[in-house]
Design a protein around this ligand. Structure first.
Ligand code: ZN
Length: 89
C-alpha cells in the first residue's frame, strides 16, 4: 500500500477521524458509500502498483485512468510517490 493514511476515514459531516465503519461514531452519518469508494480506490491503487511491478504499463495506465475518474488529486499523489508524474502527463 502506498498511502497508509487511507486506513482512517474522516466523517464528511462532523470531521471526526475514525477507522472505517458503516456509520460515524459521533454523528451517525452513513459512511458506507465513502467506505466502498475507499475500497475501490485501494484496489485500483494496488492493481496499479502490481502492474508497474511486473512492467505491464498498459494495465498501469488503465488503472491510472480509472483512478483519475474517481479521485484525480489522489492519482497525482500516487504518481508523485512513485516518481511517475512525468510519465503520465
Ligand atoms: Zn460524523
Amino acid at each position: 500500500m502506498i498511502l497508509n493514511n487511507r486506513t482512517k476515514c474522516r466523517c464528511p459531516s462532523c470531521g471526526a477521524e475514525q477507522t472505517w465503519q458503516d456509520e460515524c461514531r459521533r454523528c451517525r452519518t452513513d459512511l458506507r458509500e465513502l467506505r466502498l469508494l475507499n475500497e475501490s480506490i485501494q484496489s485500483l491503487e494496488r492493481k496499479l502498483t502490481e502492474a508497474l511491478d511486473v512492467g505491464d504499463y498498459r494495465q498501469a495506465v488503465r488503472c491510472a485512468q480509472k483512478l483519475e475518474q474517481v479521485d484525480p488529486v489522489l492519482l497525482k499523489e500516487i504518481l508523485q510517490q512513485l516518481n511517475l508524474s512525468q510519465d503520465f502527463q
